[in-house]
Design a binder for this molecule. Structure first.
Ligand code: AVJ
Length: 322
């Protein structure tokens, strides 16, 4: 087993949030990252295999078709994947980069140990020329701690994970990436696009109820992390597309009047029908993205999409050098 290098201090979720304001606020929410513990990461993999969840399948199709062009255009000598998950989708890029280089280092950077292990198991048999490095960290806090490399790095942020960030956070994240990029580095960003509302809605409301399980699992995670007393049976999965904001809003909706005891022993009332926000998943237009890229000093080199234009990959460079 390859060694997991932790570049942050905390054991499980790196920066431990103060949970109290999240639950005391008028609009209640939970930190989205708690969806991705071991069980959550596994459930997410299952979501990707559902009929309704078009994102992963579509992105994979785009990657399979354009991997060679992406590697040749970026002249990548090293791959650095942020929020790598199982790394399954990344394989065509790794194969192409191995074709173009004698040796290749692939960095798998994720918040979840489970994901890093899955990634290692997925990739370990590919080639002796492939050096796999596992880094445990939080891409919203730890990017400035990365080591320097002389090689042309291709940073990868796939799966439309950027959709989880509100506009400020997305801008901050992209600025961070831009600032750690060297002259010959590139950045490949995977983004879910605005499309028919019904298609988006069903992607987050699969018939088998896996997304429901995934959503409810966050309660078990925060129960463990903060010794809370949530009971998942007292909540419904509620995921709605907000057309005005172009985003899915995933909530847990209370089915009863209930009370939760916070770490400071204060009780918080949750009324029947009240909703706790667990995740937003934004859908983008080219226009919104152009504004974001500009603000973050990123320049578009090339973009790739599927026939239906459901999903896009953007190959970017830092403007400092463009
Ligand atoms: C992993 C954040 C891209 O927003 O589509 C899937 C997570 N949530 N189903 C997404 C998710 C519910 C997913 N991302």
């Amino acid at each position: 087993m390859s060694k997991i290098v932790s570049i942050s201090s905390d054991k499980i979720f790196i920066k431990k949030e103060n949970i109290i304001p999240f639950l005391k606020n008028k609009n209640k929410s939970l930190p989205t990252k708690y969806l991705y513990d071991e069980i959550g990461s596994k459930l997410f993999e299952e979501i990707c295999a559902t009929k309704e969840y078009y994102l992963t399948r579509t992105e994979k199709e785009i990657l399979d078709k354009n991997a060679s062009d992406i590697i040749k255009t970026s002249k990548a000598q090293e791959l650095f994947e942020l929020g790598s998950g199982s790394s399954k989708k990344t394989k065509p890029l790794i194969f192409e980069a191995l074709n173009e280089n004698d040796l290749l280092t692939y960095f798998s950077f994720d918040i979840s140990t489970k994901a890093l292990k899955m990634s290692y198991n997925e990739l370990k048999k590919i080639s002796k020329k492939l050096n796999i490095k596992l880094l445990k960290g939080d891409f919203n806090n730890d990017l400035n701690k990365l080591s320097y490399s002389k090689k042309n790095r291709l940073f990868l942020f796939l799966g439309s994970t950027i959709g989880n960030f509100n506009n400020n956070l997305a801008e901050k994240f992209l600025k961070n990436i831009s600032s750690i990029m060297k002259e010959n580095d590139s950045f490949l960003l995977g983004v879910d696009k605005i499309k028919d509302k019904k298609i988006i809605h069903s992607a987050y409301n699969d018939k088998e109820g896996i997304t429901m399980k995934f959503n409810k699992n966050i309660l078990n995670v925060v129960n463990k992390e903060y010794s809370l007393n949530f009971n998942e049976d007292n909540f419904l999965h509620n995921a709605q597309y907000n057309s005005k904001k172009s985003q899915i809003e995933m909530y847990l909706e209370s089915t009863t009047n209930q009370s939760i005891t916070l770490p400071n022993n204060e009780n918080v009332k949750i009324t029947v029908g009240e909703k706790i926000l667990t995740e937003i998943s934004r859908k983008f237009s080219d226009n919104t993205l152009n504004i974001l890229f500009n603000k973050a000093s990123l320049s578009l080199v090339k973009s790739y999409t599927d026939n239906k234009k459901y999903f896009s990959l953007y190959l970017l460079k830092s403007k400092k050098y463009f």
